[in-house]
Design a protein around this ligand. Sequence first.
Ligand SMILES: NC(=O)c1ccc[n+]([C@@H]2O[C@H](COP(=O)([O-])OP(=O)(O)OC[C@H]3O[C@@H](n4cnc5c(N)ncnc54)[C@H](O)[C@@H]3O)[C@@H](O)[C@H]2O)c1
Length: 295
Amino acid sequence: MAQTLNSLRIGRLQGKNAVVTGAAGGIGLETCILFAKEGANVLMADISGPGLERASAKLKQVIPSHNKVEVKTCDVSKESDIQALVEHVDSWGGVDVMFNNAGIMHADDADAVDTPEKIWDLTQAINVKGVWFGSKHAVLSMRRHKKAKGSIINTASVVALVGSATPQLAYTASKGAVLAMTRELAIVHAREGFRFNALCPSPLNTPLLQDWLGDDQPKRHRREVHFPSGRFGEAIEQAQAVLFLASDESGYINGQDFVVDGGMTKAYVTPEGDPLPAPTNNALLSTPVDTLHTV
Ligand SMILES: NC(=O)c1ccc[n+]([C@@H]2O[C@H](COP(=O)([O-])OP(=O)(O)OC[C@H]3O[C@@H](n4cnc5c(N)ncnc54)[C@H](O)[C@@H]3O)[C@@H](O)[C@H]2O)c1
């Protein structure tokens, strides 16, 4: 009997080993869920141990048919932590996909006059050095395991592309560094088959921004007026892009500033009217997400 295309479908990341930092929530968790759904083995890393436990329990609840899913606490600003994280995957066969996603936006980050130096240094240590260490050890793992291809995705931001009059100078500088670093890494490692792309999200409905905005309506409105869709982005919308960049489907995409912003950075005047509906993040579900048919 003829099989339908759907029944022949295998996961888009079947058999790949993926490491995700900042995996306890937001973009990181949604990405881990999609990676697991598409057949990857996933190592979830975050500075928050309890956050990781909650996140991995959620993943296992919504993707009961997952392959390997493990957790490891890690401070991405410490090279020894990143090295241990990546080496954990040696027994799995080495890293195929590295998502350097952990990042902070500190409440005391401000403009050129008011940003404290220690906040500047902390932000660069996590957002920039963390991405460097993650990239470095991913390359070393891929070489160790003689990989002919690999995908490294580094989370930047649209603030690396457009100026913001609501300043967070240390954060903005750190994301500009991620873009420039990713571009150079992409070119340096191109003949090894290791691709590097930067994800540039617009403002999102995740704790990183929403906790900071709180109930301050004028502060929210300052941002919302710039969204063509009329709403903040959702983590799952970023995760879908990361899945594509991680998979072989994006094999000829390298060194890009991959902008996922609902058109925000292309808008001059935005539409009026009701905001568009938002998709539901998988982490909000309590029943299994449709699993894949495998051959
Ligand atoms: N939320 C937004 O509006 C937005 C917009 C553009 C870019 N980003 C970027 O997206 C990435 C993910 O953020 P999110 O929106 O999912 O927010 P989030 O706060 O939900 O996730 C960030 C995660 O990083 C972890 N983390 C923080 N410091 C760490 C460290 N030193 N080592 C390891 N883990 C650490 C946190 O515990 C948290 O789980 C960040 O790099 C952020 O800068 C977010």
